[in-house]
Structures are given as structure tokens and as C-alpha cells.
Design a protein around this ligand. Structure first.
Ligand SMILES: Nc1ncnc2c1ncn2[C@@H]1O[C@H](COP(=O)(O)OP(=O)(O)OP(=O)(O)O)[C@@H](O)[C@H]1O
Length: 249
């Protein structure tokens, strides 16, 4: 699904990703943990093609294609989805219109006809229900005035509608209350399938009790410095990150 080799990237002339390697097979869930400022969000931004993030070395293959050759919208149409750490508000654009335009674009890319408005509304309502958002959220401006937790649930609803191949969830658990955490985790788990992969960026082991990863990685100083199974998250919760620095050095 995704093969990252020796990736290097800079932001504002500062080297942030410094030789990162990561391989993800279809169906796998990889959790990425690590200290603040390590480069976790930068990795998501680089993979999604966000402006201002300059790749200075290495390769990224996504479903056998050179991801770095694609514009951000092409990456999305190819099936890469990033749930933002800080979802943006788009006042004046209704959530429903935004979602329909996104889903239509993906369907067109797959050679499918657009859904008619009635069928799409029915589908969107089902997904709203799945993430415990009231249907009124479809009429409101994208994320406009949504609470922190509502924005995160809205991101998961988008993901469910777009049916991506690779989902990158950047601290989707932050700002969620206990019930919402369960709802979001259930939403993610319902989307797990043999041909869909996930990168779950989180600071908290607790999320990984609900979304059980196949692998856990520690990203520090722009590189993956340690990888393990789900038990690594428990070890990190207990011991922090300093022991890894010592091990790596
Ligand atoms: N647009 C930007 N302009 C300037 N510096 C940036 C920009 N984006 C990221 N950085 C810097 O890159 C470094 C890595 O940031 P990043 O957000 O990737 O860290 P992170 O691992 O996701 O941290 P956290 O756990 O705190 O969310 C930080 O020092 C950050 O200030």
C-alpha cells in the first residue's frame, strides 16, 4: 500500500523529516507515537501534498505509483485521506455540498456515475448516525462553529463516505470525550478491511485499546526510531520516550 524510503522534507527551510522509512501493507493499522514536534503531523502533510512542505530526498510509493508526482487532489482521488489534527472551517460552504462534491470527484475517478442527491443524502445521514452527529450538521458550513469533538467526528464521517485506501488520522482522539472516543473508534473499526490501511497518530495508548494496531512506531527527530507491536504503546505510556533516545544513541 505505502512504501516510504529515506524520506526527507523541510518546512520553512527547516529539516523536519530526516530519513524516514515505513512500509504499510494493505489491511494494516500502524500507530505512530512520539514526542511533540517530532514531525508526525509533518509526515501526514507531506504525504497529502500540502503546500509549503518540501520533499528534499527519498521516495514514496502509494499503491505502486510515485505519490510525490501527484498533486494533492490527485492523491485524494487515488484514495489517500488525511483527517486533520486541526480541521479547518469553511464558512459558507455547506457540509453536505462539500461532501457530495468530494464523493462525486472520487467516484468519477473510479469510473462511477455520481450519486443522485436523494441517494447521497440518505447515505450521508446514515454516516452521521454512525458517528453520532445530528443530521443538522450536514446543513451547516463545513466545521463552522463545530466543537472540537464534533470536528473530529465530522472528519471520520468524511472518511466513511470517501472510502479511501489509506487513512491517516492525525490525533483524531484529541478533544474527544470518553463516549465520543468510543464512537470514533467504532467508526474506524467498521472501516477496517483487507484492502484499506490506516496510519493512526496519537499520544495516548488508550485509543489503541479501541483501535488495536498491528504495529506501533516511535517517530522522534524526523525518523522512525523504534517499531514494535501494540505492547510498545503500553511500554511508552509507562516509561515515556527518554529510554528510546538512550537506546538509539
Ligand atoms: N508550517 C510550518 N511552519 C514552520 N514550522 C513548522 C511548520 N509545520 C511544522 N513546523 C515545525 O516542524 C516541527 C514538527 O512539527 P509537527 O507538527 O510535525 O510535530 P508533531 O510530531 O506532529 O508534534 P505534536 O505531537 O506536538 O503535534 C515543529 O518544530 C514545528 O514547529
Amino acid at each position: 500500500m505505502l512504501s516510504i524510503k529515506d524520506l526527507q522534507a523541510k518546512v520553512e527551510e527547516k529539516d523536519i523529516i530526516k530519513g524516514l522509512n515505513l512500509n504499510i501493507k494493505p489491511g494494516e493499522v500502524h500507530a505512530i507515537m512520539g514526542p511533540n514536534g517530532a514531525g508526525k503531523s509533518t509526515l501526514g502533510n507531506v504525504l497529502s501534498g500540502r503546500e509549503g512542505y518540501e520533499v528534499t530526498g527519498g521516495t514514496v510509493e502509494f499503491k505502486g505509483k510515485d505519490l510525490l508526482e501527484f498533486e494533492p487532489e490527485e492523491r485524494a482521488r487515488e484514495g489517500l485521506f488525511l483527517a486533520f489534527q486541526y480541521p479547518v472551517e469553511i464558512p459558507g460552504v455547506s457540509n453536505l455540498e462539500f461532501l457530495k462534491a468530494s464523493v462525486d470527484a472520487v467516484r468519477e475517478h473510479r469510473g462511477q456515475d455520481p450519486l443522485d442527491s436523494v441517494s447521497f443524502l440518505k447515505l450521508a445521514r446514515e454516516k452521521c448516525k454512525a458517528v453520532n452527529l445530528d443530521q443538522n450538521f450536514l446543513k451547516r458550513g463545513v466545521n463552522e462553529g463545530f466543537s472540537g469533538g464534533e470536528k473530529k467526528r465530522n472528519e471520520i464521517m468524511q472518511m466513511m463516505l470517501l472510502e479511501p485506501s489509506l487513512c491517516i488520522l492525525d490525533e483524531t482522539d484529541s478533544g474527544l470525550d470518553i463516549d465520543a472516543l468510543q464512537v470514533v473508534a467504532d467508526g474506524v473499526n467498521s472501516q477496517r478491511s483487507p484492502d484499506r490501511s490506516f496510519i493512526v497518530v496519537t499520544h495516548y495508548q488508550r485509543l489503541l485499546d479501541y483501535i488495536v494496531p498491528d504495529y506501533v512506531h516511535v517517530l522522534a527527530n524526523g525518523r522512525i526510531v523504534k517499531s514494535g507491536g501494540k505492547e510498545l504503546a503500553l511500554e511508552l505510556e509507562e516509561k515515556g520516550y527518554s529510554w528510546i533516545d538512550e537506546e538509539v544513541v
